[in-house]
Design a protein. Structure first.
Ligand code: AMP
Length: 210
């Protein structure tokens, strides 16, 4: 099964993608996570991506397509994958169609996690990541165990002005892709992402018939 998770930054794609990956036994291909690892490790990819990410802008399409192509060719992904944060632009969506055609694969479903902008800003200002495991917490809505709390970090791109820029980029460039998949008759499942993590997960699994 190949599944795309859409949703504004902070809508819960990372959290829900990780839960889905566990439930469905499929790898999560999260381009943002791959880029953050590259920045942390100081690789050439990280050097190329860093400035765009800190400004809340998109990393150029050719860089992203290289990552996704590699991830989809990995043996882990022979039975499918869950895309989190990809595709984000029209050229990325077109390139993904071509990779699927080359590999003889199909997109099975699109899940859209819907959360209003004001709620997103409130959520992201409290979002913290565990640098050791990559787990994501929220100081108010999903507090970490005390032994983890002291090592949590805030992503630089979770600061309010950058969050607002990322939201604008999502609304302008990424959200229109949903109607593209609708026109291609891919099943689209719209999920109310303003509720608790478990409720949202139940709704997503229910919609996918898992
Ligand atoms: P995310 O964790 O998915 O919100 O991604 C964090 C940042 O990484 C984004 O604001 C972009 O700068 C970059 N990024 C992640 N995925 C993509 C993508 N598919 N296309 C372009 N830039 C991306």
């Amino acid at each position: 099964m190949h599944l795309i998770l859409f949703g504004a930054p902070g809508a819960g794609k990372g959290t829900q993608g990780a839960l889905l990956s566990e439930c469905l036994g499929l790898p999560k291909i999260a381009t943002g996570d791959i880029l953050r690892d590259a920045v942390r490790d100081g690789t050439e990819l990280g050097r190329q991506a860093n400035g765009y990410m800190d400004a809340g802008e998109l990393v150029p399409d050719p860089v992203i397509m290289g990552l996704v192509r590699d991830a989809l060719h990995s043996p882990d992904a022979v039975d499918g994958a869950i895309f989190d944060g990809f595709p984000r632009t029209q050229p990325q969506a077109e390139a993904l169609d071509k990779i699927f055609a080359d590999l003889g694969r199909d997109l099975d479903a699109v899940v859209v996690i819907e959360v209003p902008d004001d709620r997103i800003v409130e959520r992201m200002s409290g979002r913290r990541t565990d640098p050791e495991t990559g787990s994501v917490y929220h100081l108010k809505h999903n507090p970490p165990p005390p032994e983890i709390a002291r090592r949590l970090m805030q992503r630089p791109d979770d600061e309010e002005s950058t969050v607002r820029r990322r939201l604008a980029v999502y609304r302008e460039q990424t959200e229109p892709l949903i109607s593209r998949y609708q026109r291609a008759a891919v099943p689209i499942h719209r999920i109310n992402g303003s509720r608790g993590i478990e409720q949202v997960q139940r709704d997503i699994l229910g919609a996918l018939g898992c």
